[in-house]
Design a protein around this ligand. Structure first.
Ligand code: TA6
Length: 315
């Protein structure tokens, strides 16, 4: 953790007495992370506007994962294995990592406020997934209000293991019918609504008028989510995470999810940097790194036009 006069990290108590960490940046942006799940539940810009969706029905009580924010899906995405859906990392209590191994020198921590979290399996975890690991998550708030999540997973076991992974990010949007996603068109996807049938996305931007649950495969490192009504563009940059899940339950499925409001599907969209199609295998002693960086910019910033190519080409 780092605290100076310009930036701060505060440890405090959140809903139902669960511990959380608040990162604050001098210009006003902030991030909240619960130790329960290492779950980011809030990301606010300099104007104090919330950029992530959290359901009004979210249950902040173990063992239920928190509905919204950024759940971490590890060591299993969805039901692609024998574990509970999306694995157990999202419903375990993580600890603050007081002494994380150094990041490579090219990861500049100056002017950034961050917290390092750590998850190691308990005896009970080893009964359901018999692999020792150390999972280190750094949550960083950049000077421009960008939110970066860097996962480092090390095999501390004597044998190899394999996992799938996603940052299950719930973005807050004004109205789902006013949103489009750029950067995934023409890519292949597995359609979860059709038994994971492999299909190819058409050449147009993705827009939303019904339930969607797709795993886009081997996607570019940048994806843009354009919210016309808010005139806001989210840019997702990812590294080590080839796939991207796009999910909105729409009305019928929303009603079937107990911790999700009936109409809340209108105000959220999940776009998830992930490694699913080709599971990651780590030999003993090996480490994997997967990074997701989120920024939110006014759409007008890009020459006054909602030109996704400009968003995607800019650095
Ligand atoms: O990432 C999309 C997805 O796997 C969907 O299939 C949908 O079920 C969603 O995640 C939510 O899963 P959860 O276990 O949090 O209810």
């Amino acid at each position: 953790m780092s605290t100076t006069e310009n930036k701060s990290v505060e440890m405090t108590t959140g809903i139902n007495g669960l511990e959380k960490v608040i990162l604050r940046e001098i210009h006003g942006s902030s991030v909240e992370v619960y130790l329960y799940g290492a779950h980011v539940t809030s990301w606010k810009n300099e104007q104090g506007e919330e950029l992530l969706f959290v359901s009004s029905k979210a249950i902040f009580k173990p063992p239920k994962p928190i509905r919204g924010g950024i759940p971490i899906c590890f060591p299993q995405f969805s039901n692609l294995g024998t574990l509970e859906a999306h694995g157990f990392a999202r419903n375990r209590v993580w600890t603050i990592d007081p002494d994380p191994p150094a990041f490579p020198p090219n990861v500049n921590a100056t002017n950034r406020v961050f917290v390092d979290l750590l998850l190691k399996p308990t005896e009970d975890d080893l009964k359901i997934w018999p692999h020792s690991f150390e999972y280190r998550l750094r949550v960083t708030l950049g000077p421009a209000g960008d939110l970066m999540l860097t996962s480092r997973i090390r095999n501390t076991d004597g044998k190899p293991f394999t996992f799938t992974f996603a940052y299950h990010t719930y973005f807050s949007v004004s109205d789902i019918s006013e949103v489009r996603v750029e950067g995934l068109e023409t890519f292949d996807y597995l359609d979860n609504l059709k038994n994971r049938e492999r299909c190819t996305e058409q050449g147009d931007a993705i827009t939303f008028e019904s339930e969607i649950d797709k795993i886009y495969l081997s996607t570019p490192t940048k994806i843009a989510i354009l919210d016309h009504e808010k005139k806001r563009t989210f840019v997702v940059r990812k590294d080590g995470l080839p796939d991207a899940v796009v999910w909105n339950p729409w009305d019928k499925r929303a009603k079937a999810i107990a911790d999700f409001g009936d109409d809340e599907y209108r105000h959220m969209l999940c776009v998830e940097a992930a490694a699913i199609e080709k599971p990651i295998t780590l030999k003993p002693g090996e480490e994997w790194k997967g990074r997701q960086e989120l920024s939110a910019v006014p759409s007008s910033y890009f020459s006054g036009q909602l030109d996704p190519n400009k968003v995607l080409q800019s650095s």
